[in-house]
Design a protein around this ligand. Sequence first.
Ligand SMILES: O=C(O)CCC(=O)C(=O)O
Ligand SMILES: [Fe+2]
Length: 293
Amino acid sequence: MVITLALRSWDAQPPQVDREGAVTALETGHVLYLPHLAFAMRDEERIFLSARYSNPGSKNISFNPMTDELRGLGRGTRKEEYAPLAAMMARYARGARRLLDILLPRYQPFLETGRTSFRPAEIAGRIASSCRKDDTRLHVDAFPASPVLGKRILRIFSNVSPDGKKREWRIGEPFEAVARHFVGRIRPPLPGSATLLRLLRVTRDRRALYDHFMLDLHNRMKVDGAYQDDSPQTNVHFAPGSTWMVFTDQVPHAAMAGQHALEQTFYLPVSALATPEQSPLRILERLTGYRLV
Ligand SMILES: O=C(O)CCC(=O)C(=O)O
Ligand SMILES: [Fe+2]
């Protein structure tokens, strides 16, 4: 479920065996864990570990590395205070990209950089605004407002806890098993609904059938109490000072406890995979008989 690599540097060339193993590990639904790869925060960045800079209404501060725009700032704080945080998140985005480029060179020409997030809130005991937004429930990632149109979601996380807190996750069963469990209950959207959601700006882009199925799967997993309790799952944890990456659209996960993490999202077309037939897109197409993008 978790495959460990001994990398210690964000930009040193990893051995060939690690590069080959990394693609296979990720595409077969494993978490790639780099316990010795720490993201170093600078002294002037440490103030952002305090609760003052997080907004109780949102679990993270997000950063767009293309526009340098920050969202989800703490109440009663001024935008200008955040320059060091924006610089830190830009550095994380660059470091994550460089690491992926050297560790996963086959993806390099196709990889799209998405948002960066800083997650300073303790997960345990946090009350989610709804079951669907509750990431302590097992789920595969699907974003309601941002259709991926079939692209894969590859995310990299670093635990930057200053006080020794592990990040604790549950990891669920293989994607094909999840899909078989739920797919019979998922209905195609009403005709015209993708256009309507786009017109109403609920979504940034027109949802593909794939987005509809993935979002429905995400929601059904989260609201199903029996599935949460009884489906095959394993507890794993990621130590302070570590980094990990995973296709979060494929691997069911739930974040149970921990504080202070950074995360960078990437998108990858299915055609760039070594084994596209293992992707959620191809598995769902096989099980439903629909063309989903
Ligand atoms: O913050 C984490 O550790 C993961 C939370 C999660 O499931 C997500 O952001 O999709
Ligand atoms: Fe998630």
